[in-house]
Design a binder for this molecule. Structure first.
Ligand code: SF4
Length: 151
């Protein structure tokens, strides 16, 4: 089974990934995330990070995950950090001091590994050769709400 595990304020650990993804690649199974968002982000920040994500996907030639709930949770995690820290600190990492990390900037989205090597461990921005890349560089606010409802 392939699954992304996210632990957020939205819920206890969540497993993502449609059953159709489950059988074909162990990489998905091994690719678990803990999204460290603390609260429900404001709609304004979700919209800002949604637009940013669409623009950066186009600019970098990358695509959203075939499972849009992955994209949605990461966007909401970035939005939460924008609300609480003033910067879109990557939500898929553990930090001893989030405020200091946000000031330092290395993991503010798009992080340095993404900018330099197109490496996004959150699976927000996927290159076309990634097994889990979809074909979309757009995601609506409604999709974000629907795919994270009840989390
Ligand atoms: Fe996190 Fe970097 Fe991906 Fe942004 S680009 S979501 S900071 S891994």
């Amino acid at each position: 089974m392939r699954a992304i595990q996210a632990s957020t304020s939205y819920s206890t650990p969540i497993h993502f990934g449609p059953p159709s993804l489950a059988a074909s690649s162990p990489r998905y199974l091994n690719h678990r995330h803990v999204i460290s968002a603390k609260g429900e982000p404001t709609e304004k920040s979700v919209e800002i990070m949604r637009k940013f994500s669409e623009q950066y996907a186009r600019r970098s030639g990358t695509y959203f995950c075939v499972d849009k709930s992955v994209t949605s949770v990461v966007i909401k995690g970035l939005a939460d950090h924008k609300d609480t820290l003033g910067a879109p600190l990557c939500p898929c990492r553990h930090y001893d001091d989030k405020a200091a990390e946000a000031v330092q900037g290395f993991w503010n989205c798009p992080c340095v590994p993404m900018r330099e090597r197109k490496e996004c461990h959150c699976m927000l921005f996927l290159t076309s050769d990634n097994d889990f890349a979809g074909q979309d560089q757009v995601i609506s606010l409604e999709e974000i709400k629907e795919t994270t409802a009840g989390m």
